[in-house]
Design a protein around this ligand. Structure first.
Ligand code: OAD
Length: 233
């Protein structure tokens, strides 16, 4: 029976693909106010501004390529059952070959009508459309006649995939965390659902704000840290 690895990723795993992180020096949130471009209040205040921000994200993603860390994570599927739970809205895990990816914070290449929020409010995957890397503007509507919005979990919104993520982390034999500052809840608390026997590895070149005796910190960038992790397995 194959063991299970839950891999929790954040912006750091895509940094070496040229996509900026949010909170590092010079990161996205140094240049944009998340409450203006990535919150539900920001959406209702100025839809065009939010649409432009995600148009820019899609444009960056168009030219970005998966890096060796994404590929090493996908390669773990040879010997393990791998569940990738990512806070990233890019599609680099899928493009590297990972077959089971849960996007906790949504996906930049998708949109949905703005009157469809989450599971409890009647959110249906059928209403989600793939726009690839194309821009979306005010006035672009879904077939139901409603303005399209990014398929992103904005600040201030519930995280519909949290339950699924908790279940996957709790049944993992090994938990691997790559490139996240662990500052955004509820995603940041996910590792606490790991079974008491599961070792927890964190790959991040920066300090890690956690204390748990099971944690092994590999203080390297994602591509280098993944090499160490794979060797250690
Ligand atoms: P952050 O920008 O908060 O954190 C990035 C982490 O990656 C930091 O811990 C860095 O030290 C680390 N890092 C930087 N370069 C790295 C590299 N080459 N290899 C490995 N690690 C590296 O990004 P997240 O934690 O992903 O949500 O942010 C969480 C959420 O906040 C995002 O999903 C986004 C944001 O607001 C929404 O927009 C809803």
């Amino acid at each position: 029976m194959k063991k299970r690895i839950a891999v929790l990723t954040g912006a750091g795993v895509s940094a070496e693909s040229g996509l900026g992180t949010y909170r590092d020096n010079g990161g996205l949130w140094d240049n944009y106010d998340p409450m203006e471009v990535a919150s539900i209040e920001g959406w209702y205040r100025n839809r065009s501004k939010v649409l432009e921000f995600y148009n820019m994200q899609r444009e960056h993603l168009r030219s970005a390529k998966p890096n060796d860390a994404h590929r090493a994570i996908a390669g773990l599927e040879k010997d393990y059952i791998v569940d990738v739970i990512t806070q990233n809205v890019d599609n680099l895990h899928e493009r590297a070959g990972s077959t089971h990816v849960v996007h906790l914070h949504g996906e930049a290449t998708k949109v949905r009508p703005e009157n469809c929020y989450n599971d409890e409010d009647g959110f249906s995957e059928k209403q989600v459309f793939d726009v690839g890397y194309d821009a979306v503007h005010l006035g672009d509507k879904a077939p139901n006649g409603v303005q399209l919005r990014p398929h992103i979990v904005f600040f201030g919104e519930a995280v519909p995939k949290m339950e699924q993520a908790i279940e996957l982390v709790s049944k993992a034999d090994i938990v691997l965390i790559v490139g996240t500052s662990l500052q955004v809840y509820p995603a940041a608390g996910l590792y606490r659902y790991a079974s008491p026997e599961a070792p927890i590895y964190i790959i991040d070149p920066a300090d890690v704000p956690l204390w748990d005796k099971r944690i092994h910190h590999i203080r390297k960038v994602a591509t280098e840290g993944m090499k160490d992790f794979v060797q250690m397995l």
